[in-house]
Design a protein around this ligand. Structure first.
Ligand code: ZN
Length: 325
């Protein structure tokens, strides 16, 4: 009976006990945590997350959604994608092991799915091993070093417990696009709440780009991933991208009316991500994780200074106020 039930109901037998997960995380090596938070996390991510957490019933509902989502996606991916391991794509398997070890989390299950879009994403709850999905488009078009940064980014979502919040953001976004009852329920949220979710989601991506850099073999790989998300991969001319020109391009979009479109995006534009990643290469905290990557003569800044600079590139909501004068 239990077997039949677990085949038909992906959440049968699973306990939504995030307290146990939090306790397990707390016991991990605390050398890189400040008040229980990974020390590299973008301050805007945690600040906005606290605001979301205070919404009535939000966290309890989100936990349930994350548990259901993770269990359902595990079944879907097991049926439709290839799980990497020591005998299947062992190099990707090794990358995941290495990134997980570097961040101090358990290794995720990694699936490669046939899909030509350049995408990767994670499902996690406290009830099972997290899942990282890599589209074949990203595996085919990135160098091994760049792919490792993507896997490190996804491990960052697990390390920072983002999935609880991201599951509900995705649910709402899906409901809004679905029409019918789902859209009606999502519409009950105020516009301000939705915009808060998206603003947080964009800040969370900055945190995880930093995780990707901490896991990188070479910091340039992490920046070139975002460059390729900007212009594509077909020419292999990332050396033609000039960071000062990117900054100048950013100054043309900051506080322009186009920020209203960006406010409803769950990821920062790649222009912004190139700049926030470049900023983190100057952060002294990065080299506490990876002292061997520090280049002689590099100008270093504190974590606070780095967060402040990254907020300038990420705070679309603030820019929107400037855009209207
Ligand atoms: Zn991400």
């Amino acid at each position: 009976m239990d077997t039949i039930l677990s085949q038909t109901n992906p959440i049968a037998g699973i306990q939504a006990d995030f307290g146990a997960y939090a306790e397990k995380m707390k016991r991990k090596d605390d050398a890189h945590r400040v008040n229980g938070i990974p020390d590299y996390s973008f301050s805007m991510d945690w600040r906005l997350r606290e605001q979301i957490r205070k919404l009535p019933c939000f966290y309890a509902l989100s936990k349930r959604v994350a548990v259901h989502d993770e269990a359902r996606q595990r079944q879907i991916k097991t049926a439709s994608a290839l799980q990497v391991g020591p005998n299947q794509f062992p190099e990707i398997y090794e990358m995941a092991l290495d990134c997980a070890k570097r961040l101090g989390i358990g290794p995720p299950n990694v699936f490669v799915q046939h899909d030509q879009t350049m995408n990767a994403y994670t499902f996690a709850s406290d009830t099972a091993t997290p899942i990282v999905v890599l589209h074949s488009g990203i595996v085919e078009r990135l160098t091994p070093g760049e792919l490792k940064c993507v896997i490190g980014h996804e491990c960052g979502h697990i390390h920072n417990e983002h999935s609880v919040y991201m599951s509900i953001v995705n649910l709402i976004a899906g409901a809004l696009n679905s029409g019918g009852l789902g859209a009606a329920l999502a519409a009950m949220l105020t516009q301000a709440t939705l915009l808060l979710f998206y603003e947080w989601n964009r800040a969370a991506e900055v945190t995880c780009d930093r995780a990707g850099m901490i896991c990188a073999d070479n910091l340039e790989d992490a920046i070139s991933v975002n460059k390729k998300l900007l212009y594509g991969t077909f020419l292999n001319r990332e050396d033609n991208v000039n960071i000062d020109d990117i900054r100048s391009q950013f100054s043309n979009i900051a506080a322009a009316t186009s920020v209203f479109t960006e406010m409803a995006n769950d990821h920062p534009s790649s222009i912004r991500r190139v700049l926030t990643s470049e900023e983190f290469t100057h952060c002294e905290l990065l080299y506490r994780w990876r002292p061997e990557l520090l280049q002689p003569g590099l100008e270093l800044r504190s974590k606070e200074e780095c967060d402040k600079a990254c907020e300038k590139y990420t705070a679309v909501f603030k820019e929107s106020r400037k855009a209207v004068g």
